[in-house]
Design a protein around this ligand. Structure first.
Ligand code: GUN
Length: 288
């Protein structure tokens, strides 16, 4: 069997058309949705990520403010910038790019963001909302994965979904989103003794570890849906995910590529969350 591709670029394009339309409506009503992106230090990967986020804002009618600070910035100074942005009516979403320099407490920094502007969905208030099934911002990467599953008409009810990875950014929120759709969810991680025995039972596998060739063809049930959140460089320096794409695509029913899969969807959902924040700030009812 050769898997069908879940094309994150095509799906993003379609969703971004709707986002640009909603942004135009808000702007016509006098409020352009605005996202502040804060980068501390000179991590090259983070620089690429924030540049792509800012570019996506401009291409879809959102205003963006990029603040680049030296790694020597004090935590107090960063907290004071966040406080100012919390009170800035032109800014509806605040994103602090992670990782932060070692002298900063990332948890304290994230908690300083107003939950109403937490478009990354990392604040404890957002995590609690997801946990309890109440309205709130969902972290962009797992949210994008859910949109990809929806795009192929995957009904998760009663399916076994296996999430590999337990980060606060992807693994844990991903598991909660799948659970909310009535999947039976397993969360696997570095201490899971026989990963393959569990992934072989999966109707849906989400690989979010950051390890090349973590998931190989022998670990996948024929016809399964495979979502690859990994973003790695292989021995040849080529961008690749956690999934052995060549092998697994011979077994799976659906598969996401890297690049061109989850990556663009993460940015799309960030735009979606920023629109949602703006609509809520403008007193509009939440859109789907
Ligand atoms: N670092 C890696 N992924 C992310 C993300 O989605 N948001 C932020 N703020 N930092 C990240």
């Amino acid at each position: 069997m050769t898997a069908q591709l879940i094309d994150g670029i095509a799906l993003s394009k379609q969703l971004r058309t709707g986002i640009a339309q909603r942004a135009a409506v808000l702007q016509a009503q006098g409020t352009q949705p605005g996202l502040a992106v804060l980068l501390v230090g000179d991590n090259p990967a983070s620089q690429v990520y924030v540049r792509n986020k800012v570019k996506a804002c401009h291409e879809n009618g959102l205003h963006s403010l990029l603040e680049q600070h030296p790694a020597s910035l004090s935590e107090a100074a960063l907290l004071s910038r966040i406080a100012a942005l919390n009170n800035d009516p032109t800014i509806h979403g605040i994103l602090v790019q992670l990782p932060l320099p070692a002298h900063m407490d990332a948890h304290r920094v994230i908690e300083a963001i107003s939950p109403a502007k937490d478009v990354d969905g990392f604040h404890v208030a957002s995590a609690g909302a997801l946990m309890t099934g109440t309205p709130g911002f969902w972290p962009c990467t797992p949210y994008g994965c859910m949109k990809m599953l929806e795009s192929i008409g995957c009904n998760l009810r009663g399916k076994h979904a296996v999430v590999i990875g337990r980060s606060n950014i992807v693994g844990k929120p991903m598991a909660l989103m799948l659970l909310a759709q009535s999947a039976t969810v397993s969360i696997c991680h570095s201490a899971t003794p026989d990963l393959a025995a569990i992934t072989r039972q999966a109707d849906v596998v989400v690989a979010a570890v950051g390890k090349v060739n973590l998931l190989t063809a022998d670990m996948v049930k024929p016809g399964a849906v495979v979502i690859d959140v990994g973003m790695n460089r292989n021995a040849q320096g080529k961008l690749c995910g956690d999934v052995d794409f060549a092998g697994v695509s011979q077994v799976a029913g659906w598969i996401t590529p890297v690049p061109g899969g989850v990556g663009p969807m993460t940015i799309t959902m960030l735009l979606m969350n920023t629109l949602q924040a703006c609509e809520q700030a403008s007193g509009q009812p939440a859109a789907a």
